[in-house]
Ligand binder design. Structure first.
Ligand SMILES: N[C@@H](CCC(=O)N[C@@H](CS)C(=O)NCC(=O)O)C(=O)O
Length: 251
């Protein structure tokens, strides 16, 4: 029997994209926790498969030609799994272009902007004592996320799913961020189509299994100031030099 796919994972929106895809595609997998708050993303063995010191990443022991392959970057992983299984990633070129458009829209827009909104709402206030110093950043990213929610609202007014008529890897990429938009300065009352799509996808058993598996790893939802300050050493203020130092300390 084939070895399960190893999913290097922590229960964040980027991690959930891939646990959802693996559940939806029915691929056997094993979670390999990467506690990013504790700096495990700098371990040399992890950096060999994910040189950007970010999760998610996968190792598929049954890769092309039957040999193992590792993949980092959630978009590349989703496309790989979609090609591997032929599921949720259409082979018809027009349909595939549409899925790719929304997949890359997530990678370049929704994910990074929602991630920054989350930083300024959830972390920066616990790291910086003078609130006025973070206000510009908070407003900038909350507004940009608001614009992107508007883009999804319009798209979901004309199509059932982001990529078109069918649920696809583009939805799996965007959903984990969209579902928490109300915690990132947005009101679902302003985005009824988006809310209906969030709810519809949440009803999928595979999605519920993926979220539950992640929840089991997360100790607490609401981090204290001390916890955030502890995590900040690993997570924030990374530079080329600090990453090199963290890597050698983890050695
Ligand atoms: N573009 C990456 C983003 C992944 C990412 O930002 N992962 C975060 C958690 S959500 C991470 O691993 N952070 C570790 C760190 O900042 O060192 C992808 O889509 O895979």
């Amino acid at each position: 029997m084939n070895e399960p796919i190893e999913l290097y994972f922590w229960p964040t929106p980027n991690g959930h994209k891939i646990s959802i895809a693996l559940e939806e595609m029915g691929l056997p997998y094993v979670l390999k926790p990467v506690n990013i708050g504790a700096g495990e993303q700098f371990k040399p063995d992890f950096l060999k498969i994910s040189p950007n010191n970010r999760m998610p990443a996968i190792v598929d022991h049954d890769g092309p030609g039957g040999a193992a392959i590792s993949v980092f970057e959630s978009g590349a992983i989703l496309q790989y799994l979609g090609r591997k299984t032929g599921l949720f990633y259409p082979s018809d070129e027009r349909a595939r272009v549409s899925v790719d458009e929304w997949l890359f829209w997530q990678m370049g827009g929704l994910g990074p902007m929602a991630g920054q909104a989350s930083h300024f709402i959830n972390y920066a206030p616990k790291l910086v004592d003078d609130a006025s110093l973070i206000e510009y950043g908070r407003v900038r990213y909350v507004n940009e996320l608001n614009r992107l929610c508007g883009v999804m609202e319009r798209r979901l007014s004309e199509a059932a799913y982001l990529g078109g008529d069918a649920y696809s890897i583009a939805d799996m990429a965007a959903w984990p961020w969209a579902r928490i938009a109300h915690k990132l300065g947005q009101s679902f009352d302003d985005f009824p189509k988006l809310k209906a799509w969030v709810d519809r996808i949440y009803e999928r058993p595979a999605v519920q299994r993926a979220i539950k598996a992640g929840d089991e790893l997360r100790q607490t939802q609401d981090l204290s100031k001390d916890q955030v300050r502890g995590m900040a050493k690993a997570l924030f203020g990374q530079t080329a030099n600090s990453v090199n130092n963290a890597k050698s300390q983890q050695g």
